[in-house]
Design a protein around this ligand. Structure first.
Ligand code: UDP
Ligand code: LCN
Length: 793
């Protein structure tokens, strides 16, 4: 137990007892989260007794508590004194004694509160990945989290090039392995050792200095071949010289930045597979279908950006080959008016990218015809991956150079494919369920239909097996001072009667890198960009907003007010009905602005999704109870993206604002789309938007847990805009500038391709392969995952 905490208990025992008793020991539940603890503590400090604790260590300790588990007279505490750092305590409230306990003991107590005391609790299956990574470089500063590649380059290059010629020799080996379509790249057999490499580089550079930079590679390829060099160094003399000089520098004094630039130019990536099985993956009529949202938008934009960047790089490397990208998804024979039944589809806006659809098959090989919820895809994935492997070999004519997984199911399939095909694997989470459903781990048995145990097992396997992970924001990995990160929530947790995780993922692992997505610049651009505006569409938009149209409820009484606009799937986590309620209860806001909602369907009979049906009913209830039909317009339809793009701008023309009120939002593509269009945005502080928006500069944060304060913030904004019309412009310009500087697909594609090469390099030249972890995970997959998946019907 920390000295300060011990002193606090010794000196203020009685007072603390009152605190524990009034807020926790006598409450009718066992578990309390950070906000409960924080609010209780703040409240207690205001009481007469509590005021004695002001200025004590309690003010540091209690606000840092993330969770309490209470079994009177015991209280078990999970404390997070800093980002990524955890400590666990048990406190006997009567004796007012406490001690630090292990994570395992803490989790055992939580289990006990859910399933009762179990004799075999000490022998439950515990997952601990820490021992495997003991030898691997690990970051220690929380500001380094998410910048893994910089850290790896610094640490490993120091190590590798530290011993004489060791690094050089390994680099030599690495440069020899590159080939494309049977053609040798970079180095040929003439160069046998490091000394020869240095000599050849010197001669080649001397020669290249004697010709003009723009001389094409083919003009001097024979000469370089005789010195031991093959294509891949650059398309002209200038580029080749630059790259060779970088290598000379690295062999002389290895500096991590040069190493990264050098690796960033090595021709290694020509074909990429992107895996995203669940939902409806298509290019039209799919958004808003069950399980189908921003992930699809993200991937289609990602493909375009990656193809363009791969083409540019391959050309600069002086190689004549067309890059190939395949999006691997599930084929759904009964796919309504979408194209999701087609086995192969070209991706619009690309030269050579395709969607490959492979069916899910039942036990006897029969093709599953209908859509299958993301909660129930698990039993199909292994078979799906085997069939996909065959089809991918046939389509690509070989194995890909990189496999990107998306969400839990895509990441698991990416793991299965990468493992068999021996390809670099990258994971992308999007929005994992663990962050969305409170206690989905602890009470997994009460939610069996969602199969969380199976899903979290898949997550643990793929997160630990992959070579690197990219996230859209920092907080997706490690959260903030106050909140947990999506990945951090896998560090330790328990699923009673299943297994206990004491070290599931390490947020300090250098495999994490932040690579933020963008918003398609062709579709989402500034409202001021008159030339590109789609004004022809305005009559149609006006009809949608103000006219008579089906699929909608509400007609604005006063058409001159600015619009508060929101657009999302009608899932409960999106909290659209919450926003309607805040608006309904704030008379001044109702006076200032009209609320335009684009979400779900208006007719409950048209929805097959239970969660959506419930939300539809709630929306109608609110419209009735608060008499909202003259001030709220609810369009129950999906807007095609060009229409949505022009709608953001139309709302901006009238000095409106966009609202994203979600209870949790992993990233929030609509947030950056609205900002790129020049709309001031009010977005949730739980998840990506907290990082995207700088408060009061490029938009505003709202707390979905505090509707009154949120709607008041909007009132304040419109009030300020009325007093000073420049206020709207200030936030609008700030929003556009923020997106331009941070959230673009061009930046994304460059960074991702560099990461793939750098991780590929380190994997090749060091033991980053993590073979032991791999074997452990295989066992976990085989014994736990497979059993859970087989139990799903
Ligand atoms: N979207 C759209 N039309 C609609 C509703 C949504 O084009 O009627 C798009 C929206 O522009 C965004 C995506 O769907 O690109 C939703 O992504 P976001 O990250 O905001 O949320 P998700 O659905 O992934 O949770
Ligand atoms: C899924 C979500 O729920 C969103 O928050 C993200 O923006 C989207 O995926 C793309 O990553």
């Amino acid at each position: 137990m920390k000295r300060k905490l011990k002193e606090l208990f010794e000196n203020h025992g009685n007072c603390l007892y009152t605190f524990f008793q009034s807020f926790f020991l006598e409450a009718d539940r066992h578990f309390f989260l950070r906000t409960d603890i924080y609010n209780a503590w703040e409240k207690f400090l205001e009481t007469e007794g509590g005021s004695q604790l002001k200025g004590t260590y309690g003010e540091d300790f209690f606000p840092g508590c993330q969770e309490m588990a209470v079994r009177a007279p015991w209280i078990y505490v999970a404390s997070r004194p800093a980002i990524g750092i955890w400590e666990y305590y048990q406190i006997h409230t009567e004796a007012m004694e406490g001690e630090q306990i292990s994570i395992s003991d803490y989790l055992k107590q939580k289990e006990r509160l859910v399933v009762g005391a179990k004799e075999n609790a000490n022998f439950a299956l515990e997952l601990d990945l820490f021992p495997f990574s003991r030898e691997f470089p690990r970051m220690t500063e929380n500001r380094s989290i998410g910048r893994g590649v910089e850290f790896l380059n610094r640490t490993l290059s120091g190590k590798m090039f530290g011993e004489k010629d060791n690094g050089g020799n390994r680099m030599l080996d690495f440069l020899r392995v590159h080939q494309v379509s049977g053609q040798q790249l970079m180095l040929n057999g003439h160069i046998e050792d490091i000394q020869q490499l240095r000599d050849s580089l010197r001669k080649a550079i001397k020669y290249l200095k004697s010709i003009t930079n723009s001389t094409e590679y083919k003009e001097f390829s024979d000469r370089l071949k005789n010195l031991g060099f093959e294509p891949g160094w650059g398309s002209n003399a200038g580029r080749v010289k630059e790259m060779m000089s970088m290598l000379m520098d690295i062999l002389e004094v290895p500096d991590p930045k040069t190493l990264e630039r050098f690796l960033g130019r090595i021709p290694m990536i020509y074909s990429v597979v992107i895996v995203s099985p669940h939902g409806y993956f298509g290019q039209g009529n799919v958004l808003g279908m069950p399980d189908t949202g921003g992930q699809i938008v993200y991937i289609l934009d990602q493909v375009k950006a990656l193809e363009a960047e791969m083409k540019r790089q391959i050309q600069a490397q002086g190689i004549d080959i067309t890059p190939q990208i395949v999006v691997l998804t599930r084929q759904i024979p009964e796919s309504g008016n979408t194209s999701c039944h087609e086995p192969l589809e070209d991706i619009i806006g690309t030269e050579n990218a395709k969607i490959l659809r492979i069916p899910f098959r039942g036990e006897h090989g029969e093709v599953k015809q209908e859509w299958i919820s993301r909660f129930k895809v698990w039993p199909y994935l292994e078979r799906f991956s085997l069939e996909s492997e065959k089809e991918l070999y046939a389509l690509l004519g070989g194995r890909p150079d990189l496999i990107l997984g998306n969400y839990s199911d895509g990441n698991l399939v990416a793991y299965l494919l990468s493992r068999r095909m021996k390809v670099t694997q990258c994971n992308i989470a999007h929005a994992l369920e663990k962050a969305k459903y409170l206690y989905s781990d602890l009470y997994w048995q009460d939610n069996r239909e969602n199969n969380f145990a199976c899903q979290f097992t898949a997550d643990l396997v793929s997160m630990n097996a992959c070579d690197f992970i990219i996230t859209s924001t920092y907080q997706e990995i490690a959260g903030t001072e106050d909140s947990l990160g999506q990945y951090e929530s896998y560090t330790s947790f328990t699923m009673p009667d299943m297994y206990r995780v004491v070290n599931g993922i390490d947020v300090f692992d250098p495999k994490f890198n932040i690579v933020s997505p963008g918003a398609d610049e062709k579709v989402y651009f500034s409202y001021k960009d008159e030339k590109r505006r789609i004004t022809d569409m305005h009559p149609e938009l006006e009809e949608l907003i103000y006219g008579e149209t089906h699929d909608c409820r509400g007609t604005f009484e006063n058409k001159d007010k600015p619009l508060l606009f929101t657009m999302a799937r009608l899932d409960s986590v999106k909290n659209i009905s919450g926003l309607v309620e805040w608006y309904a209860k704030n008379d001044e806001l109702r006076e200032q602005a009209n609320l335009l909602v684009v979400a779900g369907k208006v007719d409950v009979e048209q929805s097959s999704d239970n969660e959506e049906r419930h939300q539809i009913e709630r929306m109608h209830q609110l419209m009735n109870d608060y008499d909202l039909d003259g001030q709220v317009r609810w369009l129950g339809r999906h807007l095609e993206k060009n229409k949505a793009g022009e709608l953001y701008r139309y709302v901006a023309d009238r000095q409106g604002a966009f609202v994203q009120p979600a209870l949790f939002e992993a990233f929030g593509l609509t947030v950056i789309e609205a900002m790129a269009s020049g709309l001031p945005v009010f977005a949730t502080l739980y998840g990506g938007p907290l990082e995207i928006i700088e408060e009061g500069v490029s938009g505003f944060h709202i707390d979905p847990g505090n509707g009154e304060a949120s709607s008041e913030k909007m009132v304040e904004f419109f009030r300020k805009c009325n007093e000073n019309p420049d206020h709207w412009n200030y936030i609008s310009d700030g929003a556009m500038a923020r997106v331009k500087s941070r959230y673009t697909w061009k930046l994304y594609a460059r960074k991702l391709l560099t990461l793939s090469r750098v991780y590929g390099f380190w994997k090749y030249v060091t033991n980053l392969e993590r073979e032991e972890t791999g074997r452990y995970l295989e066992m976990f997959y085989g014994t736990v995952y497979r059993r859970l998946a087989e139990d799903i019907h």
